[in-house]
Write a protein that binds this ligand. Sequence first.
Ligand code: ZN
Ligand code: ZN
Length: 120
Amino acid sequence: MAAICPNCHLPEMVAYIVNDEGTHPLPCLNQEVCGVIVARSTPYGHLMGSAPCATSDCQGSVRDEYRYDANGRLSRLDRVRCQLCGTDKTEVIKDAGSTPERPLPDPRMPGIAGRRVPHG
Ligand SMILES: [Zn+2]
Ligand SMILES: [Zn+2]
């Protein structure tokens, strides 16, 4: 199961697990530019991710609504169907998971430079 990221709005970037205790989302898979953690937000917060629907000739979008409880924990994650065609499927990104151009993380990535780990 995966949802649309409410920060970078790429489809199926927030994988989540549903069990008896609730919904447990993982950080956004789009780590390089996003990586947002949606498990927690402000109390009674409301976030929304939006992405084009899977129907090729449709201009509509599919949304995921994130709702938070009094403790700022994700309490509900609801998919909202496309208002135009009614699908709840998002556009599939081809080649997801295989990025041949970047086999290794770039050491010059922004955000890492100011966080040096001291060596023994
Ligand atoms: Zn994201
Ligand atoms: Zn549609």
